[in-house]
Structure formats: structure tokens, C-alpha cells
Design a binder for this molecule. Structure first.
Ligand code: HEC
Ligand code: HEC
Ligand code: HEC
Ligand code: HEC
Ligand code: HEC
Ligand code: HEC
Ligand code: HEC
Ligand code: HEC
Ligand code: HEC
Ligand code: HEC
Length: 336
């Protein structure tokens, strides 16, 4: 119960941070007040933006959209056939009333959901100043525009708290609606190259002799990280149960065991393993197993007959005897 409460408090707090952050962004971008109704409109630089709306009750600010401001995707197609082709048939073409105000017909579709109402642009024969051009805006601005639709229920809702957002990495560093190299998630580059482009240390780690087979396509960065941010440090995913992401694939290590090896549960897998890659077998942080154990355990320890745990070769391979090092149901010293 306590956990559930703490969790929902946290969620609320995060939502709050998220909302304030978004609010600030919208203020600076569109220069409009922040309210539920206006949030829906924030994607669109409507002439009707009016700060005094803020004071009015929600009913008064419900989107009274002038359908004539929209040209419809078919109109865009006549001059931008190439871009049309990359959107046609995708989920972005099917966007309708999700967040953009419903105006009916073609105007409900694709292009203007992202680029804003375009009839002025069309009337002017393609005046760039009369349409939202992503390449001419900052990362914060373009991300905010994407977040108009992807900011709430989606996993991107944490983006404002991510290391990526705070380091000026925006949606378009990883995604490209028109020029995606990988269609599935509209990725600007396929993985892991997408991530290696900026994370050279991770690239070096995965090139080490013992590594999770990310380069081989068996495991993905996203299996462990959420590039859009998480509530945890290093954008590391957790399971819905709140447990470490490692258990997703290494279920046998989860237990519960009658005899737990304390650090597995308290400090986590990272107390003995590196997650990316290592020069030591089993991704251990320390090349000699005994040296690792001895970081926490001291000699001599109690043994079966006298002081057995001396430094002799026999005792160096600790896991020869203490084989169930992650926990055991049968042995309090993890023999089996
Ligand atoms: C999901 C949001 C989104 C939708 C929907 C969308 N665009 Fe774009 N558009 C972008 C982004 C972002 C860019 C910047 C280039 C990129 O990252 O792909 C862009 C760039 C462009 C450009 C500049 C040239 C280029 O290819 O980079 C044109 C022209 C354009 N879009 C037209 C359109 C038309 C026409 C449609 C409808 C068929 C459309 N866009 C639908 C987001 C969108
Ligand atoms: C009558 C032809 C025409 C129609 C219709 C039209 N455009 Fe354009 N568009 C242009 C021209 C011309 C440019 C200017 C290209 C330039 O200046 O380099 C342009 C530029 C753009 C750009 C900026 C491209 C860049 O290179 O950065 C975007 C985005 C865009 N249009 C989106 C749209 C959308 C969305 C629609 C539909 C609502 C639309 N256009 C309808 C002719 C048209
Ligand atoms: C007008 C609303 C709207 C805007 C603005 C918008 N999207 Fe989307 N996007 C959608 C909808 C709806 C879907 C499909 C439903 C879903 O998967 O949630 C979608 C799907 C996606 C997908 C998943 C595609 C797939 O095949 O898995 C990506 C990636 C994406 N959007 C990125 C972006 C980016 C980047 C921007 C900003 C340039 C953006 N979107 C702007 C509404 C929008
Ligand atoms: C650091 C790279 C990165 C950034 C920045 C990023 N994404 Fe993604 N995004 C990904 C990758 C990789 C995937 C596919 C794997 C996955 O499902 O997480 C993805 C998946 C998605 C999806 C489809 C999955 C879903 O949740 O429905 C959407 C939508 C999306 N991103 C939107 C966005 C938006 C909007 C932004 C900006 C606020 C953004 N992304 C920023 C890397 C990124
Ligand atoms: C098997 C799970 C797993 C995979 C796969 C994985 N990571 Fe990690 N990564 C982690 C964990 C756990 C941490 C946190 C380590 C810590 O806090 O010491 C981390 C840390 C990081 C960090 C923070 C700096 C550092 O090295 O500690 C970056 C950046 C990073 N990962 C990027 C990536 C990229 C890029 C990929 C894919 C090429 C990737 N990770 C794949 C689990 C993984
Ligand atoms: C455009 C450059 C860029 C791309 C592409 C990129 N990142 Fe990052 N990433 C950064 C920056 C900058 C930071 C913040 C500084 C740092 O910790 O390195 C960061 C932070 C992170 C962190 C958190 C590290 C921490 O210390 O908290 C993880 C995890 C991460 N990125 C994973 C990924 C993954 C996975 C991908 C591919 C889907 C990816 N990144 C793509 C630039 C990028
Ligand atoms: C998406 C699934 C997945 C996740 C998540 C995952 N692993 Fe793995 N792990 C694997 C696979 C598959 C192997 C087998 C390695 C191989 O054969 O390349 C493996 C192997 C290992 C090994 C043994 C390496 C060896 O040399 O035998 C260790 C240790 C390990 N993982 C630790 C972790 C830790 C710690 C985490 C959490 C940070 C984690 N794993 C998360 C899939 C995963
Ligand atoms: C107290 C140190 C320690 C902790 C904590 C720990 N491990 Fe290990 N792990 C080891 C050692 C030592 C080995 C090598 C065992 C051997 O040589 O047979 C190993 C081996 C492994 C292996 C490969 C062999 C096998 O048994 O499948 C995997 C996978 C693994 N660990 C995953 C994990 C995961 C997941 C966690 C977190 C839940 C974790 N480990 C926590 C010490 C630890
Ligand atoms: C990060 C610190 C840490 C590492 C590394 C570590 N242990 Fe432990 N281990 C502990 C703690 C803490 C306990 C619980 C000790 C206690 O309750 O007195 C424990 C308990 C044990 C026990 C159960 C007996 C007892 O004293 O309760 C054995 C056996 C054991 N460890 C063996 C190993 C071996 C073998 C390794 C190396 C593969 C190892 N440990 C690595 C911290 C560690
Ligand atoms: C040849 C088998 C063998 C090897 C190898 C071995 N041990 Fe043990 N260990 C034992 C036996 C037997 C016990 C006593 C079990 C009991 O008391 O029931 C024990 C007990 C322990 C205990 C718990 C007793 C205490 O004093 O708290 C720890 C911790 C421990 N060993 C750590 C290690 C470490 C660390 C290594 C590697 C440097 C290691 N062992 C190598 C057989 C071995």
C-alpha cells in the first residue's frame, strides 16, 4: 500500500514537473497562455491566440477553429509530392482528431498536424514564412511540437526529465518523419549506430571481448534503456514490478530464494557485473573472481575443517564451490 501511495505521489510530482515544463515551452514558442483547451491548440499558430482567453472558463476557449486556415494534405501534395509519399499510408497521415482540432475532411490529415495550418502558405504560392519549418527552429521548439501529441499518454511523457532533453538532444536527433532510415519507429538511423553516433564510450564497451550482443542484434539498447527518459538514473528501464530490467531476460536470477546473497538484492547486479561489456568473462567488473569476492568478504572465514579459506590455489575459484552465487534454495553458502 505504502509503495502504491509513494508511487502515485511520485507520478503526480512528475506530472506536475512535466506540465510546468511544457507550459514554459508553450509560452515561449507560441506565446499563448497555458490551459487545457489552449494546449490542444498549441500545435497551431492560430491567429485567434489570445492571452485573455486564459481567464475565461474552459467552454469559452474550446477550439473554434477556422477550417479555412487549413488547406488539407491533398493540396500540399500538389507541390510536395516527395514529402507526401513519405507520410502517405503512415500513422501520421491518419492523424485526425487526436490532438489537432477536428476541422473535417482532408484538413484533419497529416501535414498540417505537424506543420500547422497551411492555407496562407498555399495562397502565397509557397511562402516559407507562412508555415512551420522544423529545420529553422531550436530542438526545444521542435520537440515541444511533437510533444503536443506525444506528451501525455505516451512513453515520451517523461522526456522533459530525461538526460537527453536536458542536454539539448531533441526528437529529431533520433527521428525523422520524412527521411527515416528505419521505418518502424521513424528512426533517423538504425540502431545501435544511432546511439553510437553520440555515445562513443558505449560503442567501445560493446566492442570488448565479453559483451551483451548488441552489435550482433540479439539485444538492443532499448531493452535496457528508454531513450525518452525514465524515473530511474541513466534512463535505465525497470520492469512493471519495479524490479531491475535485468530480470526481464535473466528470470532465473530473480528468486525469491530461501538463501539470498545479500548484494544481489540490495546493490543489484551492477555490484558485480558491468552491463555493457567487459574484458572479464561473465561481464564481471573484476577479472579474478576471488578478488571480487574479497572486496566484500575477508579471510580467514569459517570453513568445514579449520581455516580452509586460505590463499591457496584451491580456494581461488570461489564459484567452484559457491556455485549458486545469485541465491539458493538449498544451501546457505550457495553450494547448490
Ligand atoms: C510527424 C510530423 C510531420 C508530418 C505529419 C509532416 N511533416 Fe513535413 N517535416 C517534419 C519534420 C520534422 C521535418 C524536418 C525533416 C525531417 O526530420 O524529416 C519536415 C520537413 C518537411 C519539408 C522540408 C523538406 C524536407 O523533406 O525536409 C517539407 C516540404 C515538408 N516537411 C512537407 C510536408 C508535407 C507536404 C506533409 C504532408 C504530406 C508533411 N510535411 C507532414 C514533420 C512532419
Ligand atoms: C503551390 C505550391 C505549394 C503548395 C500547395 C504547398 N507548398 Fe509548401 N512550399 C512551396 C514552395 C515553393 C516552398 C518554398 C521552397 C523554398 O523556399 O525553398 C515551400 C516550402 C515549404 C516548406 C519549407 C521547406 C523547406 O525547404 O524548408 C514546408 C515545411 C512546406 N512548404 C509545407 C507545406 C505544407 C504542409 C503544405 C500543405 C498545407 C504546403 N507546403 C503546400 C510550395 C507549395
Ligand atoms: C498531430 C499529432 C501528432 C504530432 C504533432 C506528431 N505525432 Fe507522431 N504520431 C501521432 C500518432 C497519432 C501516431 C500513431 C499512434 C501511436 O502510435 O501512438 C504517431 C506515431 C509516431 C511514431 C511511431 C511510428 C511507428 O511506426 O511506430 C513516431 C516515431 C512519431 N510519431 C514521432 C513523431 C515526431 C518526431 C514528431 C514531431 C516531428 C511527431 N511524431 C509529431 C501523432 C502526432
Ligand atoms: C535518443 C534518441 C531518441 C530521442 C531523443 C527520441 N526518441 Fe523516440 N524513439 C527512439 C527509439 C530508439 C525508439 C524505438 C524503440 C522504443 O520503442 O523505445 C523510439 C520510439 C518512439 C515512438 C514509438 C514508440 C511509442 O512510444 O509509441 C514514438 C512515438 C517516439 N519515439 C516519439 C518521440 C518523440 C515525440 C520524441 C521527442 C520528444 C522522441 N521520440 C525522442 C529514440 C529516441
Ligand atoms: C543489458 C542492459 C543494457 C544494454 C543492452 C545497454 N545498456 Fe547502457 N547501461 C545499462 C545500465 C544498467 C547502465 C547504468 C550503469 C551504472 O549506473 O553504472 C547503463 C549506462 C549507460 C550510459 C551512462 C554512461 C555509462 O556508461 O555508465 C549510457 C550513455 C548508456 N548506458 C548507453 C547505452 C547505449 C548507447 C546502448 C546500446 C548501444 C546501451 N547503453 C545498451 C544497461 C544497458
Ligand atoms: C545526438 C546525440 C545523441 C544520440 C543520437 C543519443 N544520445 Fe544518449 N545522450 C546524449 C547526451 C548529450 C546525453 C547526456 C550526457 C551524457 O550523459 O552523455 C545522453 C544521455 C544518455 C543516457 C543517460 C546517461 C546518464 O548519464 O544519465 C543514456 C542511457 C543514453 N543517452 C542512451 C542513448 C540511447 C540508447 C541512444 C540511442 C537510441 C542514444 N542515447 C542516442 C546524446 C545522444
Ligand atoms: C533483452 C534481454 C537481456 C537483458 C535485459 C539483459 N540481458 Fe544479460 N544476457 C542476455 C543474453 C541473450 C545473454 C547471453 C549472452 C550471449 O550469449 O551473448 C546475456 C548474458 C549475460 C551475462 C553472462 C555473460 C557471459 O559471458 O556469459 C551476464 C553476466 C549478464 N547477461 C548480465 C546482465 C545484467 C547485469 C543485466 C541488467 C543490467 C542484463 N544482463 C540484462 C540478455 C539480456
Ligand atoms: C555478488 C556478485 C554478483 C552479483 C550481485 C550478481 N552476479 Fe551474476 N555472476 C556472478 C559471478 C561470480 C558469476 C560467474 C559464475 C561462474 O563463474 O560460474 C556470475 C554469472 C552470471 C551470469 C552467467 C552465468 C549464469 O549463471 O547464468 C549471468 C547471466 C548473471 N551472472 C546475471 C546476473 C544478474 C542478472 C544479476 C542481478 C540480478 C547478477 N548476475 C548479480 C556474481 C554476481
Ligand atoms: C558487494 C559485496 C559482496 C560481494 C562482491 C560478494 N559478497 Fe558474498 N555476501 C555479501 C554480504 C553483505 C553477505 C551477507 C553477509 C552476512 O550476512 O554476514 C554475503 C554472504 C555470502 C555468503 C553466505 C554466508 C554468509 O556469510 O552469510 C557466501 C557463501 C558468500 N557471500 C560468498 C561470496 C562469493 C563466493 C563471492 C564472490 C563470487 C561473494 N560472496 C561476493 C556481500 C558480497
Ligand atoms: C573448495 C571449496 C570452496 C572454495 C573454492 C571456496 N569456499 Fe567458501 N566455503 C567452503 C565451505 C565448505 C564453507 C563452509 C560451509 C558451512 O559452514 O557450511 C565455506 C564458507 C564460506 C563463507 C561463509 C562462511 C563465513 O565465514 O561467513 C564465505 C563468505 C565464503 N566461503 C567465501 C568464499 C570465497 C570468497 C571464496 C573464494 C576466494 C571461497 N569461499 C572459496 C568451501 C569453499
Amino acid at each position: 500500500m505504502q509503495r502504491a501511495t509513494a508511487q502515485s505521489e511520485k507520478t503526480l510530482r512528475e506530472m506536475h514537473v512535466n506540465m510546468t515544463r511544457l507550459g514554459r515551452l508553450f509560452w515561449s514558442i507560441v506565446g499563448i497562455g497555458f490551459g487545457a483547451g489552449l494546449m490542444m491548440l498549441a500545435a497551431l499558430p492560430l491567429a485567434a491566440d489570445d492571452k485573455s482567453d486564459k481567464a475565461k472558463p474552459p467552454a469559452a476557449i474550446s477550439p473554434a477553429v477556422d477550417a479555412s486556415q487549413y488547406a488539407g494534405s491533398d493540396a500540399c501534395k500538389t507541390c510536395h509530392e516527395d514529402q507526401f509519399k513519405t507520410i502517405d499510408g503512415t500513422r501520421h497521415y491518419q492523424i485526425n482528431t487526436l490532438k489537432t482540432p477536428a476541422v473535417g475532411g482532408q484538413a484533419d490529415h497529416g501535414c498540417e498536424g505537424c506543420h500547422g495550418p497551411g492555407s496562407a502558405h498555399v495562397a502565397a504560392g509557397g511562402d516559407k514564412a507562412k508555415i512551420f519549418v522544423f529545420q529553422e527552429h531550436s530542438r526545444q521548439e521542435t520537440s515541444a511540437r511533437c510533444l503536443n501529441c506525444h506528451g501525455e499518454s505516451h512513453q515520451q511523457s517523461r522526456f522533459a526529465q530525461s538526460a537527453h532533453d536536458s542536454s539539448e538532444v531533441g526528437c529529431l536527433d533520433c527521428h525523422s518523419p520524412h527521411h527515416a532510415k528505419e521505418k518502424e519507429h521513424l528512426l533517423a538511423q538504425s540502431e545501435p549506430q544511432l546511439c553510437y553516433g553520440c555515445h562513443t564510450a558505449a560503442k567501445a564497451d560493446f566492442a570488448k571481448p565479453y559483451h551483451h550482443r548488441v552489435n550482433e542484434g540479439l539485444v538492443q539498447c532499448n531493452d535496457c534503456h528508454n531513450p525518452h527518459g525514465t524515473a530511474t538514473v541513466r534512463q535505465v528501464r525497470t520492469l512493471p514490478s519495479g524490479d531491475a530490467v535485468c530480470y526481464k531476460c535473466h528470470v532465473d536470477k530473480q528468486g525469491p530464494f530461501v538463501y539470498e546473497h545479500v548484494p544481489v538484492k540490495t546493490d543489484g547486479c551492477g555490484s558485480c557485473h558491468t552491463p555493457h561489456g567487459s574484458t572479464s568473462p561473465r561481464l564481471l567488473k573484476v577479472s579474478l573472481v576471488n578478488m571480487m569476492c574479497l572486496q566484500c568478504h575477508t579471510f580467514p572465514v569459517r570453513g568445514p575443517i579449520g581455516p580452509v579459506h586460505n590463499q591457496s590455489a584451491k580456494y581461488q575459484a570461489c564459484t567452484m564451490c559457491h556455485g549458486q552465487i545469485h541465491g539458493s534454495n538449498f544451501s546457505n553458502v550457495f553450494f547448490k
